[in-house]
Design a binder for this molecule. Sequence first.
Ligand code: FES
Length: 254
Amino acid sequence: MKREWMDILHHEKVATDTYQMVLNGDIPGSGIRPGQFVHILVDDNFFLRRPISIADVDEQAGTLTILYKVLGKGTKSLTAKQQGDKLDVLGPGGNGFPMEELKTKRALLIGGGIGVPPLHYLGRQLVEQGIEVISVLGFQSKEYIFFEKQFNELGEVYVATNDGSYGHHGFVTDILPGLEGRFDTYFSCGPAVMLKAVSKELTGYDGYLSIEERMGCGVGACFACVVPTPESDAKGYRKICRDGPVFKPEEVVL
Ligand code: FES
């Protein structure tokens, strides 16, 4: 991983508790894969960096787009940063989606809440490779929705809200049966409970899960992000930050 100071080019609230930040400068590491994340040092008051997933990268322009949700004091402080401020960025972390191994022609992206941003970068790369993309996005309610327009530019989009204030009333998994036969590989990112339901619903399909929750240090130094695996020996767990966050459904027990 590389550490760089990047300038904040743009910072705005895009939905309730959700902010988009565009960073400009030397991007830490090259060839960043969708699903990887960066570690942001908010300021000296916070010892731990915040792992934040990457929503887009433009290496030529030197920009990195991240979206984050306000979940505690660190991310709350991050909201005060302004255009022109500098941020200490370490990255990229994690493994990301195995882009070079993909054989898919028709992809289904399934994102929940703050698990949506990495799927945007993934979707953009898939479309560039000539792969057809359908997206299913789930949010708490209308006020939490973001990036619908950006996903519309990639292909067909279905939105579900838990309270029915926009799109389908319910969960992303309710929409999946209607899409049967229209994709060969699925890519999902969101909370473990959603990923569990998605992988159960799509048993038999080739799939990838990116686990978006339960991170502490973000560099493999603590055990905050451990996820069990089907093996019961010493290999019976994986660290999401170091071994993931992308896993095949059969690799982890959610
Ligand atoms: Fe600390 Fe993964 S978050 S080991």
